[in-house]
Design a protein around this ligand. Structure first.
Ligand code: ACM
Ligand code: ZN
Length: 580
């Protein structure tokens, strides 16, 4: 070995042997902010002294949320107060920025000095995110009891919980309240990379209570995730009250979904028929408001024309002629006018409950075999002058999305929505990875100016298993592993998209399908910490992204935040250590 190579070898050896160090001033924030500059000293929040203030009524919720979380941390009541001007000291102030140097949408600036902390945001969501960052700068107890579910705060869930497989365990008991809450002096400038940072849950296959959905939203806020798609209907169950079609509740909503062996025993709401599991419109409106306050938009998914088994069990007259037995995968008859009347009336009720821009129509995995033989569908094909059922699917999608457009809404769908070409003003979700078919569809859709959310099975399917070794992990669905490292390595903008088309990619989404879920803790176990990785991919700059450093942030601080919040999660093991 030459003298010149020896020092180089020492450096290489040291880098292999030393654990990954967090960059100075990173503060283990998740998702990593755009810019953090560490200052000198610290600010101490004292529940008897510090005022939590806001200067604009639009920030009243954010300030109350922050005060509420600090109250849980100290186990002592703190309240938010409306002020006209910033107190000189001992305050945390949320304000909307003014002037021309406004933070981007959902962005914020956070200044912490020994005298106090100020969050200046471009909009209420940004203020909320500034408050989350402020809490993350403090001890893990800042998130104490944030997302407790299914038990009494502080109560031990008991021996049964301790004996259960780790993915069915409730994460308890919470840490003791704290007396001292200090945050380092810093200056943070932050804004998201993508506008759509979503998760999907699937109560059609695995029913969860309204409270559990609210707790799920709480945890999303902790990660600055802003969109929750709810798969409300499928062959296994119809989960939304539709007043014009009562059989959807008495027949479509029967049973908890895909799993007869569900480990949960659900309380039966007195107002609902026995054995029927659905959300009333009042409950869903409550959820929409709850999530909206926390910066989360709910996107309802009402599946059509495939995956309509629960609808067809309720209204068999919408089956194709000659279909015989109703199977979960049945597709609705798209040849009858009655189908369009029913679906439009259902969507009217859906739109009255969900005020967001997007209504998701599914459109995926539609089995079209029954359309081939149905008199109505064949007549419709003749009328349209088309010779194959794929074109009939295209007609159906075009007609239903035009209906939504006429009401001022936008249809979203899985990537099958683009199979028959451009549908103006539709948002498509790419789930079929990088198959040649998907690549062709992505390129064509982007060229036609359509908006894309990337959610490939390979990186974003949270129902897939998390590790190769299943001796201590639930099997999950799918035939591949979606590890934490894999998720963290996801790049939503495909390298084959020309630079001028890349802005059509508006974000990413993790999908937690419900077929193989058995408990709410398992739902969380499948989600976290993989969704921490997704949140960072959606929020933070890809420059310098390093899985080892991310894992270190999780281990040093973030998993403790989840523990304090009462969130069940999968502890990363040696298999998650990352490639050397
Ligand atoms: C899907 O997984 N069928 C969207
Ligand atoms: Zn038909």
């Amino acid at each position: 070995m030459t003298r010149r190579l020896f020092p180089l070898l020492l450096v290489l050896l040291a880098s292999v042997l030393t654990p990954v160090l967090l960059p100075a001033g990173s503060f283990a924030l998740v998702p990593a902010p755009r810019k953090v500059v560490a200052g000198d000293g610290e600010f101490r929040i004292d529940p008897q002294v510090t005022a939590i203030c806001y200067r604009d009524d639009r920030l009243a919720f954010g300030a109350a949320w922050l005060a509420g979380q600090l109250s849980r941390a100290f186990d002592r009541e703190m309240e938010a107060v409306r002020v006209e001007s910033a107190p000189a000291r001992d305050s945390v102030l949320l304000e909307l920025a003014t002037g021309h140097d406004l933070p981007p949408a959902e962005g914020y600036r956070l200044e912490v000095t020994p005298q106090g902390a100020t969050v200046s945001a471009g909009d209420p969501r940004g203020a909320l995110y500034g408050a989350v960052t402020l809490l993350q700068l403090g001890p893990a107890e800042a998130f104490r009891n944030l997302a407790l579910c299914d038990s009494i705060p502080g109560a031990d869930p008991g021996e049964e919980n301790r004996q259960g497989p780790r993915w069915h365990r409730v994460q308890f008991p919470p840490p003791a309240p704290i007396k001292v809450f200090t945050i380092p002096c810093v200056s943070v400038e932050d804004a998201p990379r993508f506008a759509w940072r979503g998760l999907l849950i699937d109560p059609a296959r695995f029913y969860v209570s309204l409270e559990e959905m609210k707790r799920y939203v709480d945890i999303m806020l902790l990660h600055k995730l802003n969109t929750l798609q709810i798969h409300l209907t499928d062959g296994q169950g119809w989960r939304m009250e539709i007043q014009g079609f009562p059989a959807l509740m008495t027949t479509g909503a029967l049973g908890v979904g895909n799993q007869p062996g569900n480990v949960r025993v659900y309380p039966r709401a007195g107002s609902k028929p026995g054995g029927c599991y659905y959300y009333t419109q009042a409950e869903l409106k409550d959820l929409v408001a709850y999530a909206g306050d926390r910066g989360v938009t709910i996107v309802p998914e009402i599946e059509m024309p495939g995956h309509t088994g629960a609808l067809l069990r309720s209204y068999p007259e919408l089956l194709c002629q000659g279909s015989g037995e109703i199977k979960p995968g049945n597709s609705i008859c798209v040849g009858q006018e009655r189908t369009y009347e029913v679906l439009s009336a259902i969507l009217d009720e859906v739109m009255a409950v969900f005020p967001g821009r997007y209504i998701h129509l599914g459109t995926d995995e539609c089995w079209r075999g029954n359309w081939e033989h149905c008199t109505h569908c064949r007549a419709k094909m003749r009328e349209l002058g088309v010779t194959n059922t794929l074109a009939l699917h295209g007609y159906f999608v075009e007609r239903m999305s035009a209906y939504l457009r006429s009401k001022g809404r936008t249809a979203a769908g899985w990537d099958e929505i683009f199979e028959t070409g451009n549908k103006p003003g539709i948002l498509g979700m790419f789930w079929r990875g990088h198959s040649p078919e998907a690549v062709r569809l992505v390129e064509r859709a982007a060229k036609q100016g359509q908006l894309l959310v990337m959610t490939p099975t390979t990186h974003c399917y949270l129902d897939y298993r998390q590790a190769e070794d299943l001796s201590n992990d639930p099997p999950g669905l799918g035939n591949s592993v979606v590890s934490l490292e894999k998720v963290y390595g996801f790049e939503p903008i495909p390298d084959y998209l020309a630079p001028e088309l890349q802005r059509n990619v508006v974000g990413l989404q993790g999908n937690l399908w419900g077929e193989v879920l058995f408990s709410y803790p398992q739902m969380l176990y499948q989600t976290w910490p993989r969704a921490c990785a997704l949140a960072e991919v959606g929020w933070s700059s890809p420059a310098g992204r390093d899985y080892g450093e991310f894992l270190e942030r999780l281990k040093q601080a973030h998993l403790d935040r989840l523990r304090a919040a009462g969130v069940t999660f999968r502890e990363p093991g040696p298999e998650d250590a990352g490639r050397p």
